[in-house]
Design a protein around this ligand. Structure first.
Ligand code: IMP
Length: 214
């Protein structure tokens, strides 16, 4: 395990929602971080078939382009009744022909696919959000941190907070969707807390324990 001995890193993402969450999570640790979007780095093609492969592609591209350690996130929604779809293709499900992303439309697609399989009750609509963070150094070294949160796909989107598929994901043990939570509630974690809620905060907590703490 390699420790991170600098607080200057690149957040290897072009996704505004993820960049905001990662900025929030790293905030208390005194990082100076620019995103791949701020630095106008070319977004690499995500040609992998696993979250780990795609996370490595993004982190290594930013680490090599900047000469700094880079932290990426590859994430997605894994729905049991859809045999794990959309999974690593979660972003693709939202992609229109002109390349723009349309999440209300993607959430309708999810609902349609569930209805086709007769998955109408919560017991048939179990799912998890997965986040794999990759920390890559310019010399090619990588470390991975995975976080998952179990939940159900809500019967209709609820809430306008967050990003992406947040309005349809209701984490286990909670009455509200991620779309109905503040960012702090969705993370469910601050430094020192024993547990985190969101997939990304769970992965981030592992990153802190592995690479930041003595
Ligand atoms: P990628 O990791 O860039 O390939 O894409 C991840 C996809 O999953 C995007 O479409 C995101 O909108 C979606 N996603 C990942 N994490 C979250 C989350 O915390 N809330 C809502 N959608 C998410």
């Amino acid at each position: 395990m390699r420790k991170l001995d600098t607080r200057t890193i690149v957040v290897a993402s072009h996704n505004a929602g993820k960049i905001a969450e990662i900025a929030d999570l790293i905030g208390p640790f005194g990082f100076s971080a620019k995103s791949a979007k701020d630095l106008a780095f070319v977004e690499p093609d995500e040609t992998g078939t696993t979250f780990e492969e795609n996370a490595a592609i993004k982190a290594l591209a930013s680490a090599k382009a900047s000469g700094l350690p880079a932290l990426s996130d590859d994430s997605g929604l894994v729905i049991d009744a859809l045999d794990g779809a959309p999974g690593v293709y979660t972003a693709n499900w939202a992609e229109r022909e002109d390349g723009t992303r349309d999440f209300p439309w993607a959430m309708e697609k999810v609902e349609k696919a569930l209805a086709e399989r007769g998955a109408t009750g919560p017991a048939q609509r179990t799912a998890r959000f997965v986040s794999v963070l990759c920390l890559a150094w310019p010399d090619g070294h990588t470390e991975f941190f995975r976080g998952e949160i179990e939940g159900v796909i809500a019967s209709a989107p609820r809430g306008t907070a967050g990003f992406g598929y947040d309005p349809i994901f209701q984490p286990e043990g909670h009455a509200r969707t991620f779309g109905e939570m503040t960012a702090d509630e969705k993370h469910g974690w601050k430094p020192g807390d024993p547990e985190a809620l969101s997939h990304r905060a769970r992965a981030f907590k592992r990153f802190v324990e592995t690479c930041l703490e003595a």
